[in-house]
Design a protein around this ligand. Sequence first.
Ligand SMILES: Cc1cc2nc3c(=O)[nH]c(=O)nc-3n(C[C@H](O)[C@H](O)[C@H](O)COP(=O)(O)OP(=O)(O)OC[C@H]3O[C@@H](n4cnc5c(N)ncnc54)[C@H](O)[C@@H]3O)c2cc1C
Length: 447
Amino acid sequence: MSKKVTIVGAGLVGSLLSIYLAKRGYTVNIFERRSDMRKEKMSAGKSINLALSDRGWRGLEGIGIADEIRKIAIPMFGRFIHLKNGSTSFQPYGKKEQAIYSVSRADINMKLMDLAEQQPNVKIHFNERCTTLDRNAVEAHFENSGSQKTTAVKSDLVFGADGAFAASRLNMQLSSDRFEYNQHYIEAGYKELIIPPGAAGEFLIEKNALHIWPRGTFMMIALPNTDGNFTCTLFLPFEGEKSFTSLKTREQVKLFFETEFPDAVPLMPTLIDDFMNNPTSSLVTVKCFPWTFDNKIGLIGDAAHAIVPFYGQGMNCGFEDCVVLNELIEKHKENWNEIFPEYQSLRKPDADAIADLAIMNFIEMRDKTADPKFLLQKKIEARFSEKHPDKWIPLYSMVTYSPHIRYSAAFQNGQKQEAIMQKIMAAADIDKKWDSDEVEKEILKYL
Ligand SMILES: Cc1cc2nc3c(=O)[nH]c(=O)nc-3n(C[C@H](O)[C@H](O)[C@H](O)COP(=O)(O)OP(=O)(O)OC[C@H]3O[C@@H](n4cnc5c(N)ncnc54)[C@H](O)[C@@H]3O)c2cc1C
């Protein structure tokens, strides 16, 4: 059987997928719009980082490369909250040893490309932008950004791994009847800023935590990088009183930060220049269906399901797509007429669930992490879960540390748990009796 595969996009998911397929004997050609980032020097302080958690690790472990990535990952054991009055607190993410990991997007992407190219049957073609994808001919067309030369590539299978604004998906949408498509921009956008290392290269705030400055309708977060920097991301509405639109001048930016993030400002010497120079980006959720076409073309990663970043799961979910696909290749003995239908029917509800959870987590991060009642609820859940781990896994832990629980199941369990907790929290004296047997028994009763 011929096993020629084209992958559009050498991002995080396309690169990982190529390794999975190569290990199964497929000949894989990846076509990437950008130039080879490994040949360009990244300027200091420009690294953007992502939180990698258990679903992502599982994807990396599946092809034996987790240890390589571990070398460039920093564990974050909880949220480090910075309130406006200068007080701080630490909220663990789960049990003591449980962490999510900060990795530089560029580092992990470059590593995955290196590992892909180490496979004798993978080749990455750079500066090749997919322009069209001919569904009937299973033929992808690329235009070289240097020579403008166009190439038509025929193969047995094509994967669109070209991200949230995928050309592959658009082509499938245009050539399919009843293609469902929904894109939703949230009211907030984001801008990346930086906390550089101290004079001796040291981390200026707690290294092993994800820092959050929750401010109700907006927030700033910071994740550590291996070189001592923190990448900060300001999530702020585009419009309104406190918004990107209201921050036009250097003075307005200075005043805004001094008022809202007084403890961060002294740590951000290039703040105003960064704010004025760095782009403001938007945040989109994309839901679509189908993800596969004629059992020859499939969408994967953000191309199939772009989500907002507030659960830190976009890449993790894309890596999980690869794991599931790999399991289905095994199960159906490479019969793609069976693999593709099951792939999309399994993954679509999971992708929808994490998309919705990610939106919900924005509210939790920017608002509730500073709310004492919410923190008490989390304490009650953590206590109960510790005593009854077989009966209750907190939603965050199901999503982040339980790769064998599907996102859709985590979502449903989370809804049930929230309904129970609303009843528990309604008790007037809950702050006094939160750790009592009475509360424990009540939760058991509702379960
Ligand atoms: C601010 C922010 C923070 C995030 N934080 C996290 C996090 O903490 N944890 C997490 O798990 N996820 C996070 N994500 C999500 C994560 O970045 C994505 O889910 C992930 O990058 C998806 O990988 P992908 O390979 O599907 O797409 P991408 O990484 O977007 O890769 C797509 C590739 O396709 C190429 N391409 C695009 N169009 C074409 C074309 N026409 N022809 C050829 N090539 C093309 C692109 O150049 C790119 O290399 C975050 C996202 C954002 C925006």
